[in-house]
Design a protein around this ligand. Structure first.
Ligand SMILES: *Cc1c(COP(=O)(O)O)cnc(C)c1O
Length: 379
């Protein structure tokens, strides 16, 4: 559950009583604060992260047949916007930090005519934007960052969302910050993208009654913006708490069973741990055992995008091999992480995980029987 304190609720009531509900002052204030926080000239709010992607790819003139490179190890929405506008997805392998591999990306850009690349800062872990920028620059490829899971994450002391030509964020209630419902944001230093997104989210409106584009209606409303503005003030504190929880997991779970823990090299990067994702060959059994003990886990994501039925018509274009992406999808398990996760609850989770291996609970018939119904939730 997202944090929704009195200050946030009061802000929403204020808007309901005193502001126009669409295009109110709160919207512009939230955008200003967000742009300042990320370190870009502009920010344009939208009614979802998916809408932000659609508006961004529309603004950079995505045409039928344009190749867009993205990881397949992500949420499907990463590529939907570009593909709805006619782009062809080329799925790139990830590295052992679960984000796009800059080496594999370079090979793809050498072998294909590519217009756009979408690095995804998955689980709040920043991509290696320095190498990605170098590679993209050589090939004149436009970078659009998917920072939907990474509000506040940093690479080389710069916030993600400030590296690409533009970036998108999501405020869906499970993300590191929300607006109390669906919402999204585009950040950019590019005035043309900014102006296009402003117009196209607002029915292609030039002046009140004149529309010089066939536009969409993808605005964030004033009530949600007022909540977002206050959530943003708390974001750094929440992210700091997530990092503390992650480091406790890191310390206590290292060397347990066959667990592979997330990367924790913080020399150049600051992850915001949107998820704490471990990997194990016994993923489904461990998930079953945890649920049996009242601990909910998640799988992000059981079906990589290139295996989604919606993307089956693009399979011809998947020319590189996504072996690690496939292994990733079979082995990842997201265990609880939340700014308000109680240290005792975390201790309990750690104990339950450790017992699973120490007492070889994966051999128990009961757990094995229950695994089927647990796994059924992954479709
Ligand atoms: C949540 C998410 C999106 C889409 O955002 P919505 O607000 O749900 O439309 C896009 N990409 C990634 C990686 C996400 O996690």
């Amino acid at each position: 559950m997202p944090v929704m304190n009195k200050e946030m609720k009061n802000a929403a009531i204020q808007v309901l009583e005193n502001e126009i509900l669409v295009g109110g002052e709160s919207v512009f204030k939230f955008e200003q604060d967000f742009a300042k926080y990320i370190g870009t000239d502009y920010a344009v709010s939208t009614n979802s992260g998916s809408s932000a992607l659609l508006l961004t790819f529309n603004a950079i003139n995505t045409k039928n047949g344009d190749n867009v490179v993205a990881p397949s190890a992500t949420f499907i929405a990463t590529v939907n916007g570009a593909c709805l506008l006619g782009a062809n997805p080329l799925f790139c392998e990830i590295g052992h930090d679960y984000v796009i591999s800059s080496e594999k990306l370079e090979v793809m850009l050498n072998n294909n005519e590519v217009k756009f690349v979408i690095p995804v800062h998955l689980y709040g872990h920043p991509c290696d934007m320095s190498s990605i920028k170098d590679t993209a620059k050589k090939k004149k490829v436009i970078i659009i960052e998917d920072a939907a899971q990474a509000h506040g994450a940093q690479h080389m002391n710069m916030k993600v969302g400030s590296f690409g030509e533009a970036a998108i964020f999501s405020f869906y209630p499970t993300k590191n910050m929300t607006v109390g419902g669906d919402g999204g944001m585009i950040t950019t230093n590019n005035k043309k993208i900014y102006e296009s997104a402003l117009k196209m989210r607002d029915v292609g409106r030039k002046t009140k009654h004149t529309h010089d584009k066939i536009g969409y209606t993808l605005r964030l409303n004033s009530v949600n913006a007022s909540i977002g503005k206050i959530q943003l003030k708390y974001l750094d504190t929440w992210n700091e708490k997530r990092r503390k929880i992650a480091s406790r997991y890191q310390k206590k779970l290292v060397g347990v069973g066959d667990l592979i823990l997330p990367p924790d090299d913080e020399t150049h990067d600051k992850s915001v741990y949107h998820m704490y994702v471990i990997r194990t060959k016994k993923r489904n059994l461990l998930g079953t055992w945890l649920l049996k003990n009242g601990v909910s886990t998640g799988v992000h994501y059981p079906l990589p995008v290139h295996k989604q039925p919606a993307y089956s018509k693009y399979r011809n274009f998947v020319e590189n091999n996504l072996t690690f992406t496939d292994e990733w999808s079979r082995t990842v398990l997201s265990i609880p992480i939340h700014p308000n996760l109680d240290p005792h609850d975390q201790e309990f989770i750690i104990n339950i995980v450790t017992r699973f291996y120490d007492e070889r609970l994966y051999e128990q018939k009961e757990i094995q029987d229950e695994e089927k119904s647990w796994s059924a939730r992954l479709t």
